[in-house]
Design a protein around this ligand. Structure first.
Ligand code: HEC
Length: 146
């Protein structure tokens, strides 16, 4: 008799727990792709931070143009600091693009006026060329990044 009472108690408890557990589960299961977007939006700042970390960390030496741009070049070229050709500004970039990727690589490597050598980065030549191509192509060029 005592065992039976205990058993019933256990059944009731289990039911209560599974009820509690089922609610968020049902919510998660019923929410579908729409909520996926919500999750993506919520983790986006973290995911973005990880990408930036990768740009300066793990993939150093083999960064994409976009990675190097976002890690370094954006500091000036993002807003056009100190007379730098602003990202996406076709008019500012047109006379630079006319120098060709090789010409730009030379001046960016050596530095030019307020532009420090390699933009102050530790990028290798390939990374630098990729970042230049990335910026220039966003402003109308059609450079092939190495
Ligand atoms: C400290 C600010 C600063 C940073 C950081 C910077 N630049 Fe610049 N950049 C400039 C300025 C200023 C100019 C314009 C120089 C001039 O023509 O007087 C310039 C010009 C350039 C040009 C055009 C050169 C030419 O011959 O006309 C290229 C290409 C370039 N930068 C690439 C880069 C790349 C790639 C990075 C990142 C790796 C970078 N820059 C980072 C300031 C910066």
């Amino acid at each position: 008799m005592r065992v039976n009472t205990r058993f019933r108690c256990l059944v009731a408890l289990t039911a209560a727990i599974s009820c509690l557990a089922a609610a968020p589960l049902a919510q998660a299961m019923g929410s579908g792709p729409k909520d996926d977007e919500g999750i993506k939006a919520r983790i986006a700042p973290v995911a973005h931070l990880e990408m930036a970390g990768g740009a300066t960390g793990a993939s150093k030496g083999n960064r994409s143009g976009e990675e190097l741009f976002k890690a370094v070049c954006i500091a000036c070229h993002g807003t056009g600091v100190a007379g730098s050709p602003k990202f996406g500004d076709k008019d500012a970039w047109a006379p630079r693009i006319a120098l060709g990727l090789d010409g730009l690589l030379k001046s960016a490597t050596a530095g030019k006026n307020a532009m420090p050598p390699k933009g102050g980065s530790d990028a290798n030549e390939v990374e630098l060329a990729r970042a230049i191509a990335y910026m220039a192509n966003k402003a109308g060029a059609n450079f092939k990044a190495p």
